[in-house]
Design a protein around this ligand. Sequence first.
Ligand SMILES: [Zn+2]
Length: 343
Amino acid sequence: MPEVTLTATVDWEGYEIRDENIDAIKKFRNDFPDVPFTHFICPSYFTRDFNNKKIAEQIRSVMTNNDEVALHVHCWYSLLEKAGVPYRSKPTWNPGGHPGLFVSYDKGNKIDLGHAVPLGSYGVEEIRKIIMTSLEILSLHHLIETPDNCTGFRCGGWVSSDSVFEALLGAGNFLYDASAAPANFFKKLYERLNFPICRWLSMIWGNSRISEPSYLTNTYTFPHYNNGVTGLDHGDSHISQPTYIASLNIMEAPDTGALADYVTFRQLTHYIDKAAETGADTTISIGFHQETATWPSPEIRPEGSTNIEVFANAVKYFLNLPNIESRCSTWTKRLTKKPLHDY
Ligand SMILES: [Zn+2]
């Protein structure tokens, strides 16, 4: 029987931690105790003047022993300040270059911005500083043992461009990047929603080589996915699989099922069926954002469920599929099952 492995991921945006989202994640953990998570955490929760001890406890309260903590970077001002990197406010992936999310801190004297600025718009050395500082912060708050213990990375907005990959080299001990997103899916979403990030994703993970702008270049990854990264779109006949990028000595671990904010339950079941029907061992990835776990997305999801409910229903559907061996794994456990060069 073919084995289908699901990697369930949670993106922590470094924006805010609300009880209702934490409670909803705890409920999922109770309902599905055998489904491990790979948490991609942006450390900017800790770079403001908030109660860092409480924040670390809140994050740990939704973790189990089988989970993995990986790094997620959004270019928040407060994080860049810690890293000693001059902040840039542009470009952003919002319509009209809108700055997007903000957090008031320092008793209202400062405003944290930058969530929607692509990491690849910074220089390689700057990105490396941001990554190394981020690892130190996660380690300081005991979310990882040491900076070298963090093996996974997902770029904020999934936009791992060339300079991001170059910065990852020598910035720690990264085994994989989990930023590759399904290009056709986001191309169609862009046609409906007109959100620049969707167009960016259809470019950086699409079927052409991109040489500019710098934050969308795909020199390293494009040769490995030259038909574009596929998976979630109804027209995709294939689900892109993890691949070893020898020039960077890193694995690309594609997020072919995207995150629940963008998909309907029906789209996820089609995607999971597609994996089951390949007849070969396949890895798939679905997930949600911590910050929007309990949000409904009415404009793209008329039935009005919350993101984490859609995610939970998809996990349940996956676990009950006949004719396949359903496995759940963190990304690192999945990727270390065989030598990198065999991918
Ligand atoms: Zn993010």
